[in-house]
Design a protein around this ligand. Structure first.
Ligand code: GDP
Ligand code: IMO
Ligand code: MG
Length: 427
């Protein structure tokens, strides 16, 4: 059981942080492979609540080595403040490893993210404003700054100047903003260099050697399948690959090493930011899901859009990720509804469609076709095994499993580590 991937099966915020933390005590490495501090992963340990943005959730398990892989984009100021925040709470962060090939979110990337969104106006994506898209754009345009560049001042200066050449034209001529000077950026970045240095490592080598020694490596995805730049609801997506393949490119571990891909799946659906969302609710049920589920963004504090479970999306996540298991979260939030609608297919231009349409236009027109399942009213937060759940909750889980195409191997009945029903062991 060498390498496992744990990723979001919907539009993010499925409970990846909790699921990762749950396994964190039993694995040797937890690796973030894409995204950056656009993520907000909540981990509840006893009476302590942690909100992790850039750091892998494994950082809270003392035995585990947390790794920021080459596919991640790193904002050094966020990194250092997240580390010091954890240190102040008594968490040892000294084992952290950061790939020297990871790209740096520079201050100008953050500026470009914000001004681009403003410029788009009504057509904006609703990004987290953390500079994620512009940093990945620089990476692909081959004008990115990598962590290793912090340790060669003249290279850093040249690269920042090259990156700013075009951006300053845009900022001053198109967006009416002041130009950013390279010296100022270089000085700021060099100010972080020494503090970050102890963590920088050849993470590709470390992870592959660990796998050769039969150590267990867990990949923790940021965002979710439908936010994937290739497989998500483009252009309303993030700028990286949260899907399973991203774990390989974002870490330098080959696909033959991965034996299990676990999709984290909320018992209903949420989304933050703009873009299509067929089962979105604009009524009291939507309000109730938001309130009971505490559906407010961990990173930006925005209210999450809420809707019923969408089996078409779950099936799609199974397919594009090759999921072997699901971890169903937040089942407890559905307690109290007499009936629970579940979207089983879409109606698009008068036709029933069973699978996610590849055409963006069709997806924008998709109307959910619901089947209604009977609800339950009993408190399920203390349930420890599947048989502890009321019959209707069991049937809801079984129905979701059948529609989604992979076994549900764990069920979350509360935010805490122990509020989990394990059906099949992940390790
Ligand atoms: P992530 O980004 O996928 O890690 O998810 P977030 O942390 O953004 O959002 C998930 C929220 O649901 C957090 O507040 C978690 O503490 C909470 N949570 C996770 N699993 C469960 C569960 O099974 N039940 C309940 N009630 N809350 C959960
Ligand atoms: P976790 O890991 C939910 C969304 C943003 C926006 C789009 C693009 O906590 O599940 P970006 O800043 O990435 O360029 O924004 O992606 N988004 C998330 N939504 N959870 C997240 O992370 C997200 N990270 C980005 O709201 O719609
Ligand atoms: Mg989140």
């Amino acid at each position: 059981m060498p390498a496992l991937v744990l990723l979001g099966a919907q539009w993010g915020d499925e409970g990846k942080g909790k699921a990762t933390d749950l396994l964190g005590g039993s694995v040797d490495y937890v690796v973030r492979y894409q995204g950056g501090n656009n993520a907000g992963h909540t981990v509840v340990v006893g009476d302590q609540k942690y909100a992790l943005h850039l750091l892998p959730s494994g950082i809270l398990s003392p035995e585990c080595t947390p790794v920021i892989g080459n596919g991640v984009v790193v904002d050094p100021s966020v990194l250092l403040s997240e580390l010091s925040g954890l240190n102040e709470r008594g968490v040892d962060t000294s084992k952290l490893l950061i790939s020297g090939n990871a790209h740096i979110i520079t201050p100008y990337n953050v500026t470009v993210d914000k001004v681009t969104e403003r410029f788009l106006g009504k057509r904006k994506i609703g990004t987290t404003g953390r500079g994620i898209g512009p940093t990945y754009a620089d990476k692909i345009n081959r004008v990115g700054i990598r962590v290793q560049d912090l340790y060669d001042e003249s290279i850093l200066q040249q690269k920042v100047e090259a990156a700013l050449d075009v951006k300053n034209q845009l900022l001053t001529k198109l967006y009416n903003r002041r130009a950013i000077t390279a010296d100022q950026v270089v000085e700021e970045l060099l100010g972080y260099a020494e503090q970050i240095k102890p963590y920088v490592a050849d993470t590709v080598l470390v992870l592959n050697q660990a796998l050769e020694e039969d150590k267990v490596v867990l990949f923790e995805g940021g965002q979710g399948t439908l936010l994937d730049i290739d497989h998500g609801t483009y252009p309303f997506v993030t700028s990286s690959n949260p899907t399973a393949g991203g774990a390989c490119t974002g870490s330098g571990v080959g696909p033959t090493k991965i034996s299990r891909v676990i999709g984290i799946l909320k018992a209903y659906t949420t989304r933050v930011g703009a873009g299509p969302f067929p089962t979105e609710l604009f009524d009291e049920d939507g309000e109730a899901l938001r309130r009971i589920g505490g559906e407010r963004g961990v990173t930006t504090g925005r209210d999450r859009r809420c809707g019923w479970f969408d089996a078409v999306i779950a099936r799609y996540a199974t397919r594009v990720n090759g999921l072997t298991d699901f971890f169903l979260t937040k089942l407890d939030v559905l307690t109290g509804w007499e009936e629970i609608p579940v979207c089983v297919a879409y109606e698009i231009d008068g036709k029933r469609v069973e699978e996610l349409p590849y055409s963006q236009t069709d997806f924008h027109h998709a109307k959910p076709i619901y089947e209604t399942l009977p609800g339950w009213s009993e408190d399920i937060t203390k349930a420890k095994s599947f048989s502890d759940l009321p019959k209707n909750a069991q049937n809801y889980v079984k129905a979701l499993e059948e529609m989604s195409g992979a076994p549900i191997s764990a069920i979350g009945v509360g935010p805490g580590r122990d509020e989990t029903i394990e059906i099949n062991s992940f390790l």
